[in-house]
Design a protein around this ligand. Structure first.
Ligand code: 0O2
Length: 233
């Protein structure tokens, strides 16, 4: 017997209805449950792929570029809020077309160099299509937010069709992740309207995080070089 849907999902269904939509993704996708099933499948596909890449890298180089992986499906409430924020009606069509981070995977690494190494490895995967890249490390947001975002699609093979499904991959260092988690909590606490002194302090912390990342990277490079020199002597 199917379990009772959570209140958030019931609300989203009510707001979105069970609409038929015209674009390719949505052909035959007639319900909220089907859409969420597709995004869940995409998360599984991409999550497994990234774990294999990490394992292979460790096998070859004896080093793990990924410290940990987090994945999530955006909540119904959060999808509806994002649509409203961007002045879209809450429909399944709009959700599929205009909310790119319904399925999200976050890769957290030790060093900034790992981020670009991982992005390159992901870009080389034949069965993933990179739709867009946002490099908030080279171009941080005004808030101080730093992270590397890749929007990819992965084909989901169903019994009667193949559906390319979007997944947002966020890649960042442990320090960037620490900052972003705290900033996110503060943003929601003040509903996006934090007092100026808090936003200023957060920007200052973002600067400290960048310095820490740079220092840790050069320290790691020095350690690796010292090891090489020891081996050669
Ligand atoms: P939540 O609550 O984390 O889910 P797009 O998705 O491309 O249509 P968007 O949303 O501007 O447009 O894309 P972007 O900039 O890639 O942001 C996507 C997600 O990155 C956000 O999702 C956040 O999770 C994170 N993010 C972006 N900017 C910030 C920031 O300034 N601070 C923090 N802490 N996180 C940020 P949501 O849906 O906005 O939020």
């Amino acid at each position: 017997m199917p379990s009772k849907p959570a209140a958030g999902i019931r609300q989203a269904r009510k707001e979105m209805g069970n609409m038929d939509v015209a674009d390719k993704f949505s052909e035959g996708v007639e319900s909220w449950e089907t859409v969420i099933f597709l995004y869940n499948s995409a998360l599984k596909e991409v999550g497994t792929k990234l774990e294999i890449l990490n394992d292979e890298f460790r096998h070859i180089h004896n080093y793990n570029p990924i410290e940990y992986i987090k994945s999530r499906i955006k909540t119904a409430e959060s999808i509806v809020k994002k649509l409203k924020r961007n002045h879209y009606e809450s429909t399944i069509e709009n959700m599929v077309n205009h909310v790119n981070d319904i399925a999200g995977i976050r890769l957290v690494c030790s060093f900034t160099s790992d981020i670009y190494r991982l992005a390159e490895m992901i870009g080389r995967q034949n069965d993933l299509t990179v739709v867009s890249v946002k490099d908030y490390i080279k171009n941080p947001k005004d808030s101080g937010y730093k992270s590397y975002h890749m929007l990819v699609t992965v084909p989901i093979f169903l019994t009667d069709r193949v559906i390319d499904t979007k997944v947002e991959i966020q890649i960042r260092t442990i320090a960037m992740d620490f900052w972003a988690s705290l900033e996110h909590k503060i943003y929601y606490k003040f509903e996006g309207d934090a007092p100026e002194y808090i936003s200023r302090d957060l920007r200052e912390c973002a600067g400290i995080v960048s310095m820490l990342d740079a220092k840790m990277l050069s320290l790691n490079e020095a350690i690796l070089q010292a090891r090489e020199e020891q081996k050669d002597s």
